[in-house]
Design a protein around this ligand. Structure first.
Ligand SMILES: [Cu+2]
Length: 147
């Protein structure tokens, strides 16, 4: 009997610490400030073929309204990346309320613009897919939408 107890104890401790870890992650995700801090209006990304700066023009974004996005892309040489094909996907964190997809159009060399409608207030993951020179790259950021 005592042997069984000593065998169980470490397992129980492990479960407790895993549980505490999950609780800490859930708290961090649901903490009001953290999503806001993680989702600023302008984000910068290095990707496999240069650098991308992603601006959400009016921020926080408005749910059920068109929100303008501007993405500027520079290639490995630091110059505007002209002629890329860009599309954006919006996916709400922790919900299955529907993805939103839209294309971006090049409005100036290396500057791409488009707009999308988040379906609900909350935190969304926005993923840009960029095709250039026969390669496809993705960059993701968080987006906060309010009513
Ligand atoms: Cu939702």
């Amino acid at each position: 009997m005592s042997v069984q107890k000593t065998k169980l104890a470490p397992v129980r401790m492990l479960l407790l610490s895993v549980g505490a870890g999950i609780a800490a992650i859930l708290l961090a995700l649901s903490w009001p400030g953290s999503a806001e801090e993680a989702a600023p209006p302008v984000t910068e990304h290095e990707f496999g073929h240069g650098r991308l700066v992603w601006t959400i023009d009016a921020y926080p974004a408005k749910a059920l309204r068109d929100n303008a996005f501007t993405v500027t892309v520079t290639g490995p040489d630091g110059k505007p990346l002209h002629g890329a094909k860009l599309a954006v996907n919006l996916d709400m964190l922790g919900m299955i309320c529907g993805d939103v997809d839209f294309a971006m159009t090049e409005v100036a060399p290396g500057t791409y613009a488009g707009s999308g409608v988040p379906l609900m207030a909350g935190t969304w993951k926005a993923t840009a897919t960029l095709e250039s020179g026969g390669q496809t790259y993705t960059v993701s950021r968080l987006l906060k939408a309010v009513r």
